[in-house]
Design a protein around this ligand. Structure first.
Ligand code: PEP
Length: 249
């Protein structure tokens, strides 16, 4: 099965009602590659507005979801609330949440299971810090993050997971990984999927790259055999996001 190219836009804690209306209008009226699956993740407050204004062919993701059903969890949102609002994906394990909000591998794994069990797709982020890369432990770090998830969701759980490899040193810094650096880690992740999950997961799971992707570097990255798309932060707020979606054209 060919893996469909996947481009996610992570708005992080950016945007206003006006700017989100503008972005959704631009995306809905742009000519987007039909061979690319596009998912955008606005702040929680704007999920419904985004869903309402966006072309139905583009999906919407939350930037996070809680691992418990509805109840007394102030400030959190649940999987059933996402489903109720036609939000079909969530990002989980973003490095900003792992580092700033101290989310552990196990907590990310638990939330991944809850989202998948509730029928929500997961863009699961993983990636190493600069110190870890310099110490030569990139693959170990990434595999440890993924293993925590595999332990909880099992080998059949990966069909609605997109793995986003995002080296922390490349996020929001303008320092993109070279195509070789990115391909090398993506190939290692695919090897891990093949050997530790299943050949089906190895063949079908999309592994996307994130970290200062722009309209300038996306084409080169998109030619690599194990790079199945992108998770885009800063550039997803700009008109150039369309060029990234169309990187393979
Ligand atoms: C991200 O936040 O997932 C990201 C990749 O950000 P940026 O594209 O701005 O580096």
């Amino acid at each position: 099965m060919a893996r469909k190219f996947f481009v996610g836009g992570n708005f992080k804690m950016n945007g206003t009602i006006e700017s989100i209306k503008q972005i959704t209008h631009n995306l809905s009226s742009a000519k987007l590659d039909p061979n690319t699956e596009v998912v955008i993740a606005p702040p929680a407050l704007y999920l419904l507005l985004t869903r309402e204004h966006l072309d139905k062919g583009i999906e919407v993701a939350a930037q996070n979801v809680f691992d418990k059903p509805n109840g007394a969890f102030t400030g959190e949102i649940s999987v059933s609330q996402l489903k109720d609002s036609n939000i079909t994906w969530t990002i989980l394990g973003h490095s900003e949440r792992r580092t700033i909000l101290q989310e552990t591998d196990d907590f990310v794994a638990q939330k991944t299971k809850t989202a998948l069990d509730g029928g929500i797709g997961v863009v699961l982020c993983c990636g190493e810090s600069l110190e870890q890369r310099e110490a030569g432990s990139t693959v170990d770090v990434v595999v440890k993050q993924l293993e925590a998830v595999n332990k909880v969701i099992g080998k059949d759980g990966w069909s609605k997971v997109v793995i986003a490899y995002e080296p922390i040193w490349a996020i929001g810094t303008g320092k993109v990984a070279t195509t070789e650096q990115a391909q090398e880690v993506h190939a290692a992740i695919r090897k891990w999927l093949n050997e530790s999950v299943s050949s089906t997961a190895g063949e079908n799971t999309r592994i996307i790259y994130g970290g200062s992707v722009s309209e300038k570097n996306c084409k080169d990255l998109s030619t690599q055999s194990d790079i199945d798309g992108f998770l885009v932060g800063g550039a997803s707020l700009k008109p150039a996001f369309v060029d990234i979606i169309n990187a393979r054209q």
